[in-house]
Design a protein around this ligand. Structure first.
Ligand code: SF4
Length: 346
């Protein structure tokens, strides 16, 4: 593993400080930064507007990392799972989900996860480490290299719903987001990026103050007794605290918070659960995604019947919410929510 500095860990402002320390003029930082995220640039020698002296200096002091997929599996429904081997031998996954002419890339933020949600295979793996900003951004860059940076196959949307809890890796997440949003970086719009959290309440507001990306909440139950069983985080930040944080979230105009609700047969899918959910979400500008549980041999939960799922949806509809039933994608390649990297352990 190299001990040189990985320039892909820097925002433009951080890179400006770094090049200053190397004795270079500030404008070099924006030249270098924009090269880092162009297609096919893998070497300082390709940065043709830098002098040979500057390129040699960078070669000596720094490098810029990239990821190449070690695994690429395509599901029968078009979902593509990419597996990346990191410098220290850890594996992570990103999943590309094509949907109605838009491709959404599900990005990982940690190796494993410490949150221990009871229905999640990644949670059952435990936590190994945080991803660096470079490792976060390089997942996106690597998939863009595969799909093309332009054209209809390109990545349109990013969701931080892969392995890990993004808000538990807050600083690296923010740095990664700044690079993804920078016009000279990967130039995503804030509207096209969604960060999903299981409910680390103090970090939710902080996220809203730092970047205006979309917010998704893995809610899955609104009764503390049930949510405590499903999600350990609820014992620290109970449902009402979480919902209060959502009410205070500095949500940009015309945006809504995405509420994710996995339906588990006989656990959180009754009509009473739906009515309580409708009541508790009052006053929160949101839309609700219902996700019928995707069964895994490693976990005891079951998928509810279609009737029960539709009944749950209807109650929320009648209460005035936008509710979408999300079908599980990529189940045949273990790319579905909560299954990332589960297969790699087997
Ligand atoms: Fe972690 Fe998300 Fe799985 Fe919970 S659902 S254990 S937060 S990866």
């Amino acid at each position: 593993m190299t001990t040189n500095t990985d320039l892909k860990n820097f925002t433009l402002a951080q890179l400006t400080d770094y090049v200053h320390d190397l004795g270079l003029k500030p404008f070099r930082a924006s030249q270098i930064f924009s090269w880092l995220y162009r297609p096919g640039i893998h070497d300082f020698s390709q940065m043709t507007d830098l002098s040979k002296k500057v390129r040699d200096l960078l070669d000596h002091q720094a490098y810029f990392s990239r990821l190449t997929p070690n695994i690429k599996e395509k599901s029968t429904d078009g979902t593509i799972k990419y597996g990346f081997l990191l410098e220290d031998g850890a594996m992570i996954e990103s999943v590309l989900i094509p949907e109605q002419g838009r491709n959404t890339l599900c990005v990982s933020s940690q190796v494993g996860c410490a949150m221990g949600c009871g229905f999640c295979v990644t949670g059952a793996m435990g936590f190994t480490r945080n991803l660096s900003p470079a490792e976060i951004v390089n997942q996106v860059y690597a998939v863009m290299e595969d799909t093309g940076f332009e054209g209809e196959n390109r990545v349109h949307n990013l969701v931080f719903m892969g392995m890990g809890e993004p808000l538990a890796n807050f600083d690296n997440l923010i740095t990664g987001l700044e690079i993804l949003l920078d016009q000279r970086g990967l130039n995503f719009s804030e509207r096209r990026i969604t960060v999903s959290t299981c409910g680390i309440v103090p970090k939710i507001r902080e996220l809203g103050e730092k970047v205006k990306v979309n917010l998704a909440i893995s809610l899955h139950a609104v009764e503390d007794r049930t949510r405590d069983q499903l999600m350990v985080i609820n014992k620290t930040y109970p449902v009402d605290d979480l919902l209060a944080a959502l009410r205070e979230f500095p949500l940009p105009k015309r945006r809504r918070i995405m509420i994710e609700y996995i339906l588990l047969d006989g656990i959180n899918d009754s009509p009473d659960d739906a009515r309580l959910l409708a009541k508790k979400l009052k006053g929160i500008r949101c839309k609700i995604n219902l996700l019928p549980y995707n069964e895994s041999s490693a976990l005891p939960y079951r998928t509810p019947s279609r009737e029960r799922v539709e009944q749950f949806q209807k109650i929320l509809w009648n209460a005035g919410y936008t509710v979408i039933i999300r079908e599980s994608r990529g189940a045949d390649i273990s790319a579905a929510c909560g299954q990332l990297a589960g297969k790699m352990k087997e």
